[in-house]
Design a protein around this ligand. Structure first.
Ligand code: NAD
Ligand code: AHE
Ligand code: ZN
Length: 684
């Protein structure tokens, strides 16, 4: 049963902002609050919640109207923001004789003075217990992790509430907080008024609390203060007292004195995005570790024994996959058996299933973009152990000093097991997969993750941060990493350079994301499906070209790009379609004299590229990339960490999610629908 009433809903930054009210049992009044809920690929997922406490005289509307730049960052990082009121809403004679005490100035304490207690002035308990559980039940936000921040009186509120409830609020920050209220006029007035004495206020004073704690509670606390803040000058804020006490207690505090800023919401709006990022990093880590604890550990009781499990088998080209029970044998020497937690569909799986892959072998188990947990290891395996989180890599990395490929910074193409992998076998030339009749099944790309269990070569396992959400970071197993790497590793696109990207699936969009992060000045996005342009612009495209119906009369796409949109073409172009005519167009729109065109798309068997040699004579060159040039075991963990740090968002690629390996055919249909970037199938 909902506890709150939604009074209005506004679409903001891709998410929704709800203004609500609810009959509060703690303040015994009709309380107002607002909540920004980001839209997430998985609508059932509970985003971390960041609670904002406003200052004196404010209501929730101040923040939502004057600090709205917070919402885009919150949407990008998948964080909900809750803005609550500043006092009980019971009105009575004398409740607002002065602006800094009483109505909308509840000071986040539980009043003990009867006059205020009887009117529900218990904002401390409201913020600590009532509102978080309401947000959890009515909006499914903050189920796993919450943070708190605030301004001025709300800054004081956030600090003291967090210090006393780190198990409820695992991160804290503040704007111009009243740090030592027992020493400040505002604090003294509030504590005398609500609690009967200043001394009683010590239990609500952040400086007193950190002193009393005498130890670290948080890894860091972020505080911004404007140097032109009048309340800094008149001794209301006292950040130096808090800093001193915190230093004594080894509690790290980052106080940033912002030159020229005052106490206003212009100050808050300028720095609020930093605070959301500060919290997002910590809230997501907390969320992951909570979910991890919740998710069942991998069962290792089957070590050394064959495991029967669900799988989707490709029985032949152009046939739907069949849901079967297969046997996955134990790992041999140098091998690892993993539990596949989530698998994403890549166009290459479809390409092979469509019979276009010259190396395609049937019956096989496809799949190569997954997140897994190690179930057991074969003899001699030291780099991973049961329980480790790994991402399988179809471009393995033996890292042996004798391997000229692994030792070279120029490539990631370790050939150690390429021949057996291409033949659908494990490195010893045999298979670990059998169907119900005991018939052998081929492996695929050294992965075969369209089954609940898989056996990989140890050199194909990228060990990642244990707290990483496997149903997200599985994307680093192929498409997204490939696009980013094509820009950063294969072409090394520099700041100010120009690029053109052909094909705006997950690979093409990640090329755009990579180019944007590299500082490309012009990013031309090309597709025959204009529905893809919105995502391309969001990723950073500056121009979109519909190469089917959007070209100027008498011009082909390469002439439109080189000669129309640009004078001499782009510094780099990328094919992310696998279509040889597009590969030609990509080359021919690259810059006279120095243009480089990078082939990422995988062409159908027998399809070959061609162009006039004149194109190369006049300075253009062609190159290609496999997995974006990333070395699987050393680079994939770094990509995952960048994601965990919030520096590399990827949720935007997950347009479809399914539960259960048997839903893989539906995921394939989704990929065919044209409005799917990545469909993630969660197995457990
Ligand atoms: P996808 O199917 O999601 O995207 C392909 C995009 O190309 C679609 O948006 C489609 O509309 C567009 N397209 C089709 N014909 C076009 C044309 N004539 N001109 C312009 N755009 C056109 O595929 P994806 O998962 O993003 O993969 C893209 C390609 O990259 C595939 O060929 C895949 O096999 C390959 N791939 C290669 C590597 C590698 O390591 N080299 C890694 C992953 C994927
Ligand atoms: N089997 C095909 C080659 C397919 C291909 O080029 N695969 C890419 C990865 S696509 C990932 O979605 C690759 O990395 N190739 C390098 C390699 O060693 O396969 C064929 O043409 O035979
Ligand atoms: Zn792939």
């Amino acid at each position: 049963m909902r506890l709150s009433t939604i009074k209005s809903t506004i679409a903001v930054a891709g998410g929704n902002l709800y203004r609500c009210s609810h009959p509060s049992t703690i303040t015994n009044s009709e309380m107002l609050f607002s909540i920004f809920k980001p839209s997430l690929p998985d609508p059932l997922e509970s985003p971390p919640a960041l609670f904002y406490l406003s200052g004196l005289t404010c209501t929730d509307s101040n923040f939502i109207e004057k600090a709205s730049s917070a919402f885009q960052t919150a949407q990008d990082l998948g964080i909900a923001i809750v803005v609550c009121g500043t006092s009980s809403q019971n009105r009575f004679e004398g409740d607002s004789e002065s602006w800094d005490f009483g109505h909308n100035a509840g000071f986040y304490v539980d009043a003990t003075e009867e006059k205020w207690k009887s009117k529900g002035y218990s904002m401390y308990s409201y913020v600590v217990s009532e509102l978080p559980s309401l947000i959890n039940s009515d909006f499914n936000c903050g189920v796993h992790s919450r943070g708190i921040f605030g301004h001025s009186m709300g800054g004081h509120g956030a600090l003291q509430v967090a210090f006393k409830n780190p198990e409820i609020f695992c991160s804290v920050s503040a704007f111009a907080p009243i740090c030592n209220p027992v020493e400040a006029a505002w604090g003294k007035k509030a504590f005398e008024g609500y609690l009967g004495s200043v001394d009683a206020g010590k239990e609500y004073d952040a400086t007193e609390l950190v002193k009393k704690k005498g130890a670290k509670t948080f890894d860091d606390i972020l505080i911004d203060v404007g140097t032109k803040d009048q309340f800094l000058g008149d001794g209301q804020l006292l950040p130096q007292n808090f800093k001193l006490a915190a230093d004594m207690s080894q509690q790290k505090v980052t106080i940033r004195m912002q030159e020229g800023y005052d106490h206003s919401y212009h100050f808050i709006n300028t720095f609020v995005s930093d605070h959301v990022k500060f919290h997002a990093k910590r809230l997501k880590a907390e969320q992951r570790s909570k979910i991890l604890q919740a998710t069942e550990e991998v069962d290792t009781s089957m070590t050394g024994k064959p495991i029967k499990c669900n799988a989707m088998v490709a029985r032949g080209p152009k046939q739907p996959l069949t849901h079967e029970t297969i046997t996955v044998d134990p790992p041999k020497a140098g091998e690892v058996r993993v539990k596949v937690m989530a698998n994403a569909l890549c166009h290459t799986d479809i390409y092979t299933l469509d019979g276009l892959d010259p190396e395609g072998l049937f019956p096989c188990v496809l799949g190569h973009e997954a997140g897994c947990i190690v179930e057991s290891v074969g003899e001699g395996v030291l780099s991973v152990k049961p329980g480790d989180r790994v991402i399988p890599g179809y471009t393995p990395q033996c890292a042996k000093p004798s391997c000229i490929f692994c030792m070279s910074p120029k490539t990631n193409l370790c050939p150690a097991i390429r021949s057996t992998q291409g033949a659908g076998k494990m490195p010893d030339g045999t298979t670990r997969l059998r169907d119900e009749k005991g018939e052998e099944l081929y492996h695929f790309m050294g992965c075969s993750t369209m089954a609940e269990y898989a056996v990989l070569a140890e050199i194909s396992c990228a060990k990642i941060d244990d707290s990483a959400p496997l149903d997200k970071v599985c994307l680093f197993g192929c498409g997204v990493a490939t696009g980013l790497g094509a820009v950063w590793n294969t072409c090394k696109v520099q700041k100010g350079e120009t690029v053109a990207v052909f094909g705006l699936g997950a690979v093409g969009l990640s090329v755009i994301q990579g180019a944007k992060m590299a500082g490309a000045s012009r990013i031309i996005a090309v597709d025959i499906n204009p529905k893809k342009f919105e995502a391309a612009v969001k990723a950073g495209a500056t121009d979109c070209v519909d190469s089917l119906n959007g070209l100027p009369e008498g011009k082909n796409v390469q002439q439109h790009i080189a000669g129309g949109l640009t004078q001499w073409g782009v510094d780099y172009s990328f094919d992310c379609t696998g279509i040889v005519s597009v590969m030609r167009a990509a080359l021919e729109c690259s810059h006279r004299g120095w243009g480089v065109s990078c082939i990422i798309g995988v062409a159908a068997s027998g399809h070959e590229i061609s162009t006039r040699p004149f194109q190369l004579v006049t300075g253009r060159s062609w190159k290609g990339t496999a997995f974006g040039g990333f070395k699987t075991r050393t680079d994939v963990p770094k990509l995952v960490n960048k994601y965990l740090e919030g520096e590399l968002p990827i949720e935007q690629y997950i347009t479809h999610t399914f539960e259960g390996v048997d839903k893989t055919n539906e995921a394939i249909d989704a990929l065919h629908s044209g409005d799917c970037l990545r469909a993630v199938v969660k197995y457990f």
